[in-house]
Design a protein around this ligand. Structure first.
Ligand SMILES: Nc1ncnc2c1ncn2[C@@H]1O[C@H](COP(=O)(O)OP(=O)(O)OP(=O)(O)O)[C@@H](O)[C@H]1O
Ligand SMILES: [Mg+2]
Length: 670
């Protein structure tokens, strides 16, 4: 059980918690909610020991193993699989112990003492623990997590360094899930996920058996994975026995009751006060007046319900509206390193003044790549992007928070921005004096001390709000927003939605926030299979389209299975929208390719052999690890561990072969 009793927690000048208490029972799944900057992440820091309480007591069972997502960007050469396997702390410890015990046994310089028995025993214990820690199937478990979070088979062995920021954060999440734990702390785990991965994570968390605390601003996600809600507000913690939607209902009801009680008390106070005022000077009634004064003093005042300070902002009217804003002349977007990799090709489109485009498409299809190319931060591989005269782009990148300088304050960021824009001659009537910048920050809720607080110490939502503020100041006429709502609380999302609706320039938006897409876009582009097509319909049509694509894929598979049965060949793979790769634009060749057919058969043979071997190994391992036949000696244990390793290698080879097989059969089809 976790208990907090009368906890006070300060950060900077503010008390985030002031005499707050709450209890969380073992096995409970709790949503921790509250406005941006309320102190949710700080509470996690208290629980994991990186922050100290200022007063009060709290208790987390000492034997509980903690899993949490590291917040830093990993910069390592390890493969994705190895990186995630290393998240299993029990396994890591067991491996270290085996290494230490082996080193001791092989240490020829050590005196040949009677200790060698003890050393042998230590090694055998170490192997036992290694097997108990699930060493033999660890890579497979890690890979299941990685694939679940949306990576492709071919990416399992790629180095962590080669992934973009958002994907590396997904690996951090997988690593946390890999770690055996009794308590899991998840701080906005859905920020870097798309819809597919999100649904997978929900299912995973529903099965998690430990105690879980999760911070999120996503109502649907919270409803899916939590049954209890803890709300941070006004430096207090309040527990509600229900998921987020239940919490909203209960809270609304409570607020209403509180408001009624407050009004009633106000009437009563007015009445008492009137009595006192009237009679305090009258000797005959002075005593009664006195007792009413006491009653007033004793009365526990009910607080009025304060409407949460609503936050609104607006985009400034653009200085001009070039039309078209941008013209894409047969543009191919993608990346040049290490070899040219085209993601979206042959785009011939114009972006017109006043257009409001939602960019749709499954994960990995190239939405961000397209937006980066439009924003001119990524040069097109082929073709040209022509800018309209007076174009002023406001670009919000998916990883935008990283571009903030942690040691600088919001004010310093604004001053630096003014400097940059002035130098590039891009000023169009913006406020530039320090006082004006302060009040501009003020309109984004950065007031008083916060203007001078370093960005590194601000909460995620506060940083995102600062980035928005800087964007608005630049007075753009073309907004390119790539997942702008990550980190923002619901009220700020609403403010963004209102501001975007009133924006007079052109908007291009990538978002998994359906409410936002629905509210602000009036047309959609679909990025899919290496191209861009206007999507004829609204968001509901898009969801139907996704279902259709899935259905079509299933039917195609059935068809090809039927055909395969006729011809005695293998079924064709399902190509889901999600996994579909950009199709090469070369013409399909008319003759079946004999060489590919040959390769395919070879691959199939090898796969069949591996499958057999896999079954053999798995059966042997399962038999050995069943409780009634514990291996007796070190030699046997070593054999076991070798078998485990063999199985892992085999699984890896199988995964690669499966990829080859998919590719070869796709090639045969075209
Ligand atoms: N070292 C510090 N000095 C001053 N203020 C700080 C410091 N660290 C954090 N704060 C402030 O404490 C408040 C709580 O931050 P915290 O990160 O806990 O919020 P949060 O509830 O997680 O918000 P979000 O929803 O935006 O993630 C914020 O206003 C933040 O600016
Ligand atoms: Mg936070």
């Amino acid at each position: 059980m976790i208990t907090l009793k009368n906890i006070t927690l300060r950060r900077g000048p503010r008390a985030l918690l002031d005499g707050a208490s709450v209890t969380i029972n073992p096995g409970e799944k709790v949503g921790l909610v509250g406005r941006n900057g309320a102190g949710k992440s700080s509470l996690f820091a208290l629980l994991n020991g990186t922050l100290q309480e200022d007063s009060g007591e709290f208790y987390v069972p000492a034997q509980w193993r903690l899993a949490q997502v590291a917040q830093d960007m990993p910069e390592v050469e390890d493969s994705a699989t190895d990186f995630v396997v290393a998240g299993d702390t029990r396994l890591a410890a067991a491996l270290a112990e085996v290494a230490a015990a082996e080193a001791l046994l092989h240490d020829t310089t050590a005196p040949n003492s009677a200790d060698s028995d003890a050393q042998g025993e230590r090694l055998s214990h170490a192997y036992m623990e290694l097997s108990d820690a699930g060493a033999y199937d660890a890579p497979a478990r890690a890979q299941a997590l990685i694939l679940g979070l949306g990576f492709k088979l071919s990416e399992l062995e790629q180095p962590v360094n080669s992934f973009s920021g958002g994907w590396r954060m997904r690996l951090q999440l997988a690593r946390a899930l890999m770690c055996p734990s009794d308590l899991m702390l998840l701080d906005e785990p859905t920020n870097h996920l798309d819809l597919d991965a999100l649904v997978w994570l929900e299912a995973w968390l529903q099965k998690y058996e430990g105690t879980m605390l999760v911070i999120s601003h996503d109502r649907e996600f919270l409803d899916a994975v939590t049954r209890t809600t803890v709300h941070i507000e006004a430096a207090q913690l309040k527990r509600y026995g229900g998921n987020y939607s239940r919490f909203e209902d209960m809270r609304a009801e409570q607020l209403e009751q509180q408001q009624t009680a407050f009004s009633r008390q106000k009437d009563k106070i007015a009445h008492l006060q009137k009595f006192i005022d009237r009679f305090k000077a009258k000797a005959s009634k002075a005593k009664q007046a006195q007792s009413r004064v006491k009653a007033l003093e004793r009365m526990e005042k009910i607080a009025p319900v304060l409407a949460e300070a609503d936050f609104t902002f607006e985009f400034q009217e653009p200085a001009n509206l070039p039309n078209p804003m941008l013209t894409l002349q047969d543009v191919s977007c993608g990346y040049l390193t290490p070899e040219p990799l085209v993601i979206v090709e042959h785009v011939k489109k114009s972006v017109l003044a006043g257009q409001r485009v939602g960019i749709l498409g499954a994960n990995g299809q190239g939405k961000s790549t397209l937006v980066k190319t439009l924003a001119r931060t990524l040069p097109p591989i082929y073709g040209e992007v022509i800018e309209g005269k007076g174009l002023a782009i406001g670009y919000f990148a998916q990883q935008e928070l990283d571009v903030l300088r942690p040691a600088d304050t919001p004010l310093e960021h604004m001053i630096q921005l003014v400097r940059e824009v002035t130098q590039s001659g891009g000023l169009s009537g913006q406020a530039t004096r320090e006082q004006d910048l302060r009040s501009f920050l003020g309109s984004f809720n950065f007031t008083g001390d916060q203007v001078k607080q370093t960005v590194g110490s601000m909460s995620g939502g506060e940083k995102a709000r600062l980035v928005l503020c800087m964007l608005v100041w630049q007075r753009p006429n073309l907004l390119l927003l790539d997942e702008p709502t990550n980190h923002l609380d619901l009220a700020t999302r609403e403010a963004l939605s209102v501001a975007l609706n009133e924006f007079e320039g052109t908007l291009m938006l990538v978002s998994h926030d359906r409410a936002l897409l629905r509210a602000v876009c009036d047309e959609f582009w679909l990025v899919s299979r290496g191209g861009i097509t206007p999507f004829d319909g609204d968001l509901d049509d898009y969801q139907r389209y996704l279902l259709d694509v899935a259905k079509q894929a299933r039917e195609e598979q059935k068809q090809s299975q039927k055909q395969a049965q006729k011809q005695g060949a293998q079924p064709a793979p399902v190509q889901s929208e999600n996994k579909a790769k950009p199709q090469p634009s070369s013409k399909p060749s008319s003759k079946p390719n004999a060489k590919t057919q040959h390769n395919l058969s070879k691959t199939e043979e090898r796969m069949a052999a591996l499958e057999l071997e896999k079954i053999r190994l798995e059966t042997a391992l399962a038999k050995a690890s069943s409780s009634d036949s514990k291996p007796a000696d070190v030699k046997q244990l070593r054999e076991l561990s070798e078998m485990g390793e063999q199985l892992a290698r085999l699984n890896q080879e199988l995964a690669t072969l499966e990829e080859d097989w998919l590719r070869q059969s796709a090639a045969l089809e075209t």
